[in-house]
Ligand binder design. Structure first.
Ligand code: BEZ
Length: 218
């Protein structure tokens, strides 16, 4: 009987990002060293030289300065060879002028894709789905997105998520629906009757009621 593809469970929010060493377009790297003192946005794509993937990875490349400014490193992955990656990066540079110069993992043995739950056999057993992992400088997975093969990701949402996570960490507030930089943030709801009475009496927040209060940052 043929061996069924053994698929790892998906790493979850709050899990330590699994460490690995991999061959990439920027040389061999150890993930825990790459992640040191920096956020990492790690994303998989189904295959090199495919149209949706090309739109997505060029979009990441175009936002290089945004991610640098916000202390986040980019790293891609697909189940393709390093030769394929190099040829694709060069072809995209020649055709569009966009240089995808972040590391892209050549995961031919599917080791990293499997570690990160990027293989969803119902969608494809040979290609990674479109995953995005947001990993903080402590190496903790903070948010995960999974998209199927036929729907490209939203770069504005990816940038918004990074800012929302960093803002939540810095100010200890939460972000409401559709939050974007500059918007009001959510003050965590009270946990005791005393805190509730303080909240009811506090006129400095924009309040719907004691459990839904917003404030401006700074
Ligand atoms: C694409 O990127 O266009 C693509 C890749 C794999 C399957 C379907 C579409």
């Amino acid at each position: 009987m043929e061996d069924a593809l053994k698929v790892n469970p998906m790493p979850r929010i709050g899990d330590k990002a699994p460490d690995f060493t991999a061959v990439t377009t920027k040389g061999t790297l150890k993930f825990s060293e790459f992640n040191k003192d920096s956020w990492v946005v790690m994303f998989s794509h189904p295959a090199d030289f495919t149209p949706v993937c090309t739109t997505e990875l060029t979009a990441f490349a175009k936002e290089k300065e945004f991610f640098q400014k916000h202390n986040a490193k980019l790293i891609g992955l697909s189940i393709d060879s390093i030769h394929s990656h190099l040829a694709w990066v060069n072809n995209v540079r020649e055709k569009t002028g966009i240089y995808m110069d972040f590391p892209i993992i050549a995961d031919l043995d599917m080791k990293v894709a499997n570690l990160y739950g990027m293989l969803h056999p119902g969608e494809s057993s040979t290609a990674a789905v479109r995953a995005v992992f947001f990993i903080d400088p402590q190496g903790v997975i903070r948010l995960v997105l999974y998209y199927p093969l036929n729907v490209g990701r939203n770069m504005e949402e990816i940038k918004r998520i990074l800012l929302a996570l960093q803002t939540a960490d810095k100010y200890k507030y939460a972000m409401p629906v559709n939050w974007k930089e500059g918007d009001m943030v959510i003050v965590p709801p009270p946990k005791t009757l005393e805190e509730m009475d303080e909240r009811i009496a506090n006129a400095s927040y924009e309040k719907v009621d004691f459990y839904l209060a917003k404030t401006n940052l700074n």
